[in-house]
Design a protein around this ligand. Structure first.
Ligand code: Z5A
Length: 226
């Protein structure tokens, strides 16, 4: 059975919200804008990225994203992502939800299904079983998938001048499989929502706020004076 998030544990405003999408979709930008909104609403929150968010998770991130001459077997990549996630859930997400805070996460389990499942071609059912072990069954309250063609995301990253990491370096064929994977995954999950990320940052942010206020008014509705 899925373990409870803050809301199910009786902490009314705690919600686990995940931003997803291909590189350059705007997750970091939107989390920054959502943070400003939550500040204005007086909602307590934490933000974190995956892989990462903990000391061990950040060390694993370094292992995963560095370029390697001999390559990284797909199974090794999957297990490292999940090893980082196990620490992330236990050290960051659960404590924050239990303290009544909103968690805004830059990636979670949909990334694993999209990248290691659709992108690498690993068996989706096996990925789901291993992911459930790593998370202890914890599921997000909402997954907001910023959708845009992989080539558009890569172009944004190139404009930014940042060097491609090992996974980004797989090229647009791989990243387009990931993008299509996200679209199929959203269609099969009630907690996931597809958002057009080709809109302006402000337009995307408007849509995210509308969505969250509609889904969880007790957490995200505007209160008097905020
Ligand atoms: N990965 C995996 O394989 N399996 C897993 O289970 C997990 C992860 C958890 C982590 O990278 C890598 O790990 C990732 C997936 C893999 N590899 N890839 N690809 P990451 O999450 O740290 O980084 P990223 O997602 O690849 O890139 P990013 O820099 O975090 O992208 P972003 O946060 O989505 O975008 P951004 O930084 O907000 O914006 C990028 C640029 O676009 C920037 O210049 C913005 O100003 C601009 N931007 C943002 N929004 C807009 C709009 N709306 N219009 C125009 N320009 C915009």
């Amino acid at each position: 059975m899925a373990a409870g998030t803050g809301a199910r544990l009786g902490v009314s405003r705690a919600r686990f919200i995940v931003l997803e999408g291909v590189e350059g979709a705007g997750k970091t930008t939107q989390i920054r804008l959502l943070s400003a909104w939550l500040d204005a609403l007086g909602v307590e929150y934490v933000t974190a990225r995956e892989p990462g968010g903990t000391e061990i998770g950040e060390a694993i991130r370094g292992l995963l994203l560095a370029h390697r001459e001999e390559g990284v077997p797909d199974e090794t990549e999957l297990l490292l992502m999940l090893a980082a996630r196990a620490a992330f859930v236990r050290r960051v997400v659960r404590p924050a939800l239990e303290a009544g805070r909103v968690v805004l996460a830059d990636r979670f389990d949909l990334s694993t299904f999209a990248y290691q499942g659709y992108g690498r071609g690993l068996d989706l059912e096996a990925v789901a079983r291993m992911n459930a072990f790593a998370t202890g069954g914890l599921r997000p309250d909402a997954v907001l998938v910023l959708d845009l063609p992989a080539s558009a995301g890569a172009a944004r990253q190139a404009d930014q001048g940042s060097e491609a990491d090992r996974i980004e370096n797989e090229g647009t064929g791989f990243l387009e499989r990931v993008r299509q994977g996200y679209r199929e995954l959203v269609a099969g999950r009630v907690d996931a929502h597809l958002i057009d990320a080709l809109d302006t940052p402000e337009g995307v942010q408007r849509r995210l706020r509308e969505l969250l206020s509609g889904l969880f008014p007790e957490t995200f509705a505007v209160r008097e004076g905020s």
